[in-house]
Write a protein that binds this ligand. Structure first.
Ligand code: AMP
Length: 466
């Protein structure tokens, strides 16, 4: 099938030609006609399948009827609203919207937390047809009346499972109350939990279910491999893999922010240009790190799930699970950063003996086994050897060895909480003992998080400006 056959607006087809896409991906081929026909859609699509274009293109096609070059804000009400879980994803989706709408007289912007709200207010007051937003910051704007959603015709929940996972359900419900009842609703989710089904039944009208890949499946384009290795030897093994396989661009996941900082530092000592990215970094530092990584200036980007979610990096060759995720679905999200849009990729998991149960959970979820390949010199028994001195220095500074649980990246109940001002930590700047123990409250299970969200909502409602 070609894009021409989908019946899209000629100015969209021109933009598609500019991007170099030759044919629609499966999710695009299936979703675009259904959205054009006006149906609500509930789509199960992994990241990297081209899902963003599958909702953006038909939305722009329909909104093209409203194109105008008037300078009056009243002529540019928000007609398409896309909710996304993280600022990175929101910015990426906005970039896609701009790419596909470049030949159309439609305005778009994105709003998300962690940055000054005032420029966003100024932008919104000029009027935009398409708004991409993270839920928390959008509520701020709604409370400040800097945006009006009464003319929204399209609502998209992108990575809906992530938004629920991050405790955004109350925010999303609140946002619904600002929307007109007659509108088209699209929900995209990599996985379908009972919560997702419940949410969809609340706001969708007879949605067409579209699934391009088995639920919770991992792409066949990704070569998955696991290495058994004692926790203390992971760093050495990772450095060896990066060097031996000549990996120029590798995204590494740790479970904690401290772990990300420490690993970045250690890799730099091994002459691997590594930078940590997580929610304690300023938005500017995260954006810069991502840009440098995309340009190949950074060889290894070390991230936690929250920070690295939604990253779209063309042809990312390799993802490494330095720590295995404790939530098996996170594995699907993590390795979905590679093997995107038909490219091949590799997903490496370093599995300490105590992490084998997480590997079993993952294999159960993705319904395939991940081959364990033992490397000479890296038996899992090595974990019983003495811990490196650096671990001990962290213990001295009051941090538990391994840091597990202390600084686990919290799923932000409100993503707009401004991170502390801190530049990207690279090992050139800090010695291990100087790396601050980034101690946060431990990860709160979902019921507790809901209360926290409610409390934050109340508190933030009166002090919305950042
Ligand atoms: P997404 O799943 O929306 O994050 O998209 C993943 C990647 O696929 C992005 O880099 C897109 O630019 C790319 N992409 C989207 N549609 C196509 C297409 N039809 N052909 C080739 N690449 C595409």
């Amino acid at each position: 099938m070609s894009f021409d056959e989908l019946g899209l607006h000629p100015d969209l087809l021109r933009a598609i030609v500019d991007t170099g896409y030759t044919e629609p991906t499966p999710i695009q081929a299936q979703a675009i006609p259904v959205v054009l026909a006006g149906r609500d859609v509930m789509a199960g699509a992994q990241t990297g399948t081209g899902k963003t274009a599958s909702f953006t293109l038909p939305m722009l096609h329909k909104l093209a009827a409203h194109q105008n070059t008037s300078t009056s804000p009243a002529r540019h009400p928000v007609r398409g609203l896309i909710l996304a879980p993280t600022r990175e994803l929101a910015a990426q989706v906005e970039a896609s919207v701009k790419t596909y709408s470049k030949h159309l007289a439609l305005r778009s912007t994105s709003v998300y937390g962690g940055v000054n709200i005032d420029p966003q207010i100024a932008e919104l007051r000029k009027g935009v047809e398409i708004l991409v937003a993270t839920p928390g910051r959008l509520l701020d704007h709604l409370h400040q009346k800097s945006v009006n959603l009464s003319q929204v015709e399209f609502l998209v929940l992108d990575e809906a499972d992530r938004m629920l996972d991050m405790g955004f359900m109350p925010d999303i419900r609140r946002i619904f109350s600002f929307l007109p009842p007659r509108r088209q609703n699209l929900l995209f989710s990599a996985t379908f939990s009972e919560d997702i089904k419940r949410l969809s039944s609340e706001f969708m009208r007879d949605p067409q279910l579209i699934e391009v890949a088995r639920r919770n499946a991992t792409s066949d384009n990704i070569l998955q491999v696991a290495y058994p290795v004692g926790g203390d030897h992971k760093r050495r093994l990772l450095a060896q893999i990066i060097k031996n396989e000549n990996l120029h661009q590798v995204l590494v996941f740790t479970n904690t922010k401290t772990g990300a900082n420490r690993l970045a530092h250690q890799l730099v000592h091994e002459n691997i240009n590594a930078v940590a990215i997580h929610s304690d970094k300023t938005q500017q530092a995260r954006t810069q790190a991502l840009a440098d990584f995309k340009e190949g200036k950074i060889q290894a980007l070390i991230g936690t799930d929250v920070a690295a979610r939604g990253l779209d990096i063309d042809e990312l060759p390799c993802v490494v699970n330095y720590d295995l995720p404790h939530n098996a679905e996170d594995y699907v999200h993590r390795i979905g950063r590679t093997g995107r849009a038909g490219a091949t990729g590799k997903a490496v998991s370093l599995v300490a003996p105590e992490e084998k149960r997480y590997l079993a959970d993952i294999e159960k979820l993705i319904k395939r086994s991940i081959p364990m390949e033992a490397l000479p010199g890296y038996s899992s028994a090595e974990r019983f050897e003495s811990a490196p001195s650096q671990e001990r220095s962290h213990e001295r500074s009051g941090e538990r060895a391994g840091g597990r649980g202390r600084d686990r990246e919290r799923r932000p109940a409100r993503e707009r909480t401004a991170p502390p001002q801190e530049s990207v930590v690279t090992a050139q700047e800090k010695r291990p003992e100087e790396i601050p123990a980034l101690i946060e409250a431990p990860f709160t299970p979902r019921p507790g998080r809901k209360k926290e969200v409610a409390a934050l909502l109340l508190r933030r409602g009166s002090t919305a400006a950042e």
